[in-house]
Design a protein around this ligand. Structure first.
Ligand code: PLP
Length: 432
């Protein structure tokens, strides 16, 4: 397969962009390849500079629930752009999108728009600290909440007291205020509250952890987090930047029946434009400037084009009562089919799925936390990824990412993908 133009484009980009990309995972380093430069997308397909067509399972990292260039979204953006791109004043579209979100996600009484998921989570923890008057937050190893300093923290040796910086440039001081615990580990969170309960402002969690590959909560785990936060006066923050409007119209919190105090959103609510949001209890949100003492702002927050795109996406979801059931069934078919392919070839594997999200791990499983996910055979994953790419299947380019289907994917796409997986695994095993 010739990727000449992509390779040349990357060389050129690398002379002016840091590392040649604007977000690290795009560099395809995890699978040892050069990035594929795309020039357009339509429905479930992507097209690269060398004119290859791919069946896309990245969907802009989950943002494109409806597929690429969905007509309703494209029309909404086109209409909005002719009226001006940004005013620096309130617009009615912000209220309309907020009303749509509030009506679909009842835990959100008030919200605020920002321009990325990173901003949403950063702002949510500042608000939680301001509201509770406490300094520490709890996060879970393998959960990703954007690149804010407080989240780029790894478990320290004294994990129950504080974490350590997970990136150069993050200070020890910041790391001291983040407690990092294993996901799905009830005794660990119980002990953290016992030790530091008075100091914990918030527990931040991806209800379905989708940034170490997909890892689902054990039954009762999220409810336990809810109960502990309530008992100790800490806020429970669900980071639904991926799962919001992705796994159900009310997000993972609807499927699991848990009411968080705050929720962060992004990805799907922007329809592919840069949007994030955080919201929740009205008494907590009242602490935000200008009504309250916690400062937060954004020049392009609630941008008219982004609001128009978001309204088109949520409007389309609202008009299609079987959307999530269809996505669910199709993704189940795919993930079960992939499991059968791996089993036929005698490969240790675990398929984890929730709604239209799935990850295939090359390990026996179960995969319930970061340590389990890291047991996956990454060398095998890299070869499988490359073999699938050659067959026109664009999977999430790292073992520790989640694949996404969109409303544009079809049963025929699933069959094609399973046939490609069969051939890819046969090729990889023969070569080895
Ligand atoms: C993508 C993501 C973020 C960060 O969003 P950006 O828009 O990339 O800043 C935060 N939390 C979760 C769960 C995410 O998946």
């Amino acid at each position: 397969m010739k990727l000449e133009r992509s390779i040349a484009a990357f060389a050129r980009a690398s002379t002016v962009l840091a590392g040649g990309v604007n977000s690290p995972v795009r560099a395809l380093g995890a699978v040892g390849l050069s990035p594929v430069f795309m020039k357009n997308g339509a429905g479930e397909h992507l097209y690269d500079l060398d004119d290859h067509e791919y069946l896309d399972y990245v969907m802009s990292w989950g943002a494109l629930l409806l597929g690429h260039a969905h007509p309703a979204v494209t029309r909404a953006i086109n209409n909005a752009v002719t009226r001006g791109t940004s005013f620096g004043t309130p617009t009615q579209a912000e209220t309309e999108l907020a009303e749509a979100i509030v009506s679909m996600m009842p835990s959100i009484e008030r919200l605020r728009f920002v321009s990325s998921g990173t901003e949403a989570t950063m702002s949510a923890i500042r608000l939680a600290r301001g509201f509770t008057g406490r300094e520490k937050i709890v996060k879970f190893a393998g959960c990703y909440h954007g690149h804010g300093d407080s989240f780029l923290i790894a478990a320290g040796s004294g994990a129950l007291t504080h974490g350590v910086p997970d990136s150069l440039g993050v200070t020890e001081g910041t790391a001291r205020d983040t407690i990092v615990l294993p996901f799905n580990d009830v005794p660990a969170i119980e002990q953290a509250f016992e030790t530091a309960g008075e100091a914990i402002a918030a527990v931040v969690v991806e209800p379905y952890a989708a940034n170490m590959g997909l890892v689902l909560p054990r039954p009762g785990y999220l409810q336990r987090l809810r109960d502990l936060c309530t008992r100790h006066g800490a806020l429970l923050i669900f980071d639904e930047v991926i799962t919001g409007f992705r796994v159900a119209s009310g997000g993972a919190q609807q499927r699991e029946g848990i009411t968080p105090d705050l929720t962060t959103l992004g990805k799907v609510i922007g329809g592919g434009l840069p949007v994030g949001a955080f919201g929740g209890r009205a008494d907590v949100m009242a602490y935000l400037s200008p009504s309250g003492p916690v400062y937060q702002a954004g020049t392009l927050a609630g941008n008219p084009l982004a609001m128009a795109a978001g309204l088109a996406v949520l409007g389309t979801i609202a008009e299609d009562p079987t959307l999530y059931a269809r996505l669910d069934a199709l993704t189940q078919q795919l993930s079960e089919g992939l499991g059968e392919v791996m089993a036929r070839h005698g490969l240790a594997h675990t398929c984890v799925r929730a709604g239209s999200m799935f990850t295939l791990y090359f390990t026996q499983g179960p995969v319930l936390d970061l340590e389990d996910a890291q047991k996956s055979d990454r060398g095998l994953f890299a070869k499988y990824f490359g073999a699938m790419l050659e067959r026109g299947i664009y999977l999430a380019p790292s073992q520790f990412e989640t694949n996404f289907l969109s409303a544009a994917h079809t049963a025929r796409d699933v069959d094609r993908t399973l046939a490609a997986a069969e051939a890819s695994v046969a090729q990889v095993l023969t070569a080895a």
